[in-house]
Design a protein around this ligand. Sequence first.
Ligand SMILES: Nc1nc2[nH]cnc2c(=O)[nH]1
Length: 430
Amino acid sequence: MNRFFKLQENQTTIKTEINAGITTFLTMVYIIFVNPVILGNAGVPSGQVFMATIISALVGTLLMALLANYPIAIAPGMGLNAYFVTVVTKYGLSYSIVFGAVFIAGVIFLLLSFTSLREKLIEAIPNSLKFGITSGIGLFIAFLGLQFSGIIVDGGEAGLLTLGDLQAPNTLLSIAGLFITLILMARNVKGALFYGIVMTAIIAFFTGQLTFNGVVSMPPAPVFFEMDIAGVFTEGLYAVVFAFLLVTIFDTTGTLVGVAEQAGFMKDGKLPKAKSALMADAIATTVGSTFGSSPSTAYVESTSGVAAGGRTGLTSLVIAGLFFLSMFFSPFIQAISGVSAITAPVLIIVGCFMMEGLSRVDWKSFDEAFPSFIIILTMPLTSSIATGIAMGFITYPLLKVVSGKGKQVSWLLYVFGILFAIQLVFFPAH
Ligand SMILES: Nc1nc2[nH]cnc2c(=O)[nH]1
């Protein structure tokens, strides 16, 4: 164990790594409650999403442990799960076609992990676009949380949106959950999001909003290969595949670099073993789609385990082991997932985490600030990550050219800008 995970070299111990693994697991286990709620809005059965989420997290995090020896967890990302639902519901598609799109994005990501285009792409995209995308997704999922909780509702005569009925039972439950979780977060309690869900569920139980049919059982049977790859082409979902691909690559890379900086792994501004880490994510996304999950990404919550001293893949191995054990708690987890007001506070708070990157945008330069701003604004307003990305990629090269800085922009961005402009104007459906 010591030799495989290089514990001594990384100045850590088995006990510290186990502690770190438990810490990260507690901060991210909410995804197995929340993902069935979100993908349930696209009609995917809850038991299927529950298993697919665990399998994605298990495969990705285990590969991260074994291939990269990093204390970084992988699981289906928030934001892309919501975008998945938008694509299914807004355009009336079958979810199996959209799983096909996730599969294709995963395979392209896997192929890209072997080439240098991956680095080129990552280097060509400026901070304002990268962090604009992550933050836009943050606002998007927080907005969903506000809707699920009933705090924000359709405005009708009052305008597009308005404040909901704060005395409605499910809204009251969410508000109580939000306050409890915020208090736990502010007091730096390990696993605040998880304990927040549990405490909100207890309130829901005693107020009759939640019923249980058991706690432990054998895992539900996973559903395998319920996807329609041909449908991706007949429906022309190219922009959707592209959005899944770009967001997964940027999000994972940004998160890997952030966590690696915190853990002291960066060497001369480069991330060693980036290839193995990205491959772990690409494989998790591809495998996850075959079982019925939206794309996976490296989790920002891994920072909590690193803060607890985790430095090696042993931390990730512990996280993967805990995800495996959670398979046996499906009745408990599915009952909680059935009441979206319980998990809504998590969406609002995770949205806040994802805004952090905005500090890296150069707000004093208008040609950097505006593309970031338009992404953040349009993602929640159009409920489309792809549209938000398109707005940013169109305005960035445009503003650079008119301000005489066109030469600073990579040719890749001009190509993307033109492609996105054509797509938005002529193929706006997706
Ligand atoms: N980086 C990152 N971390 C997450 N934690 C939960 N969801 C996400 C996500 O989409 N991206």
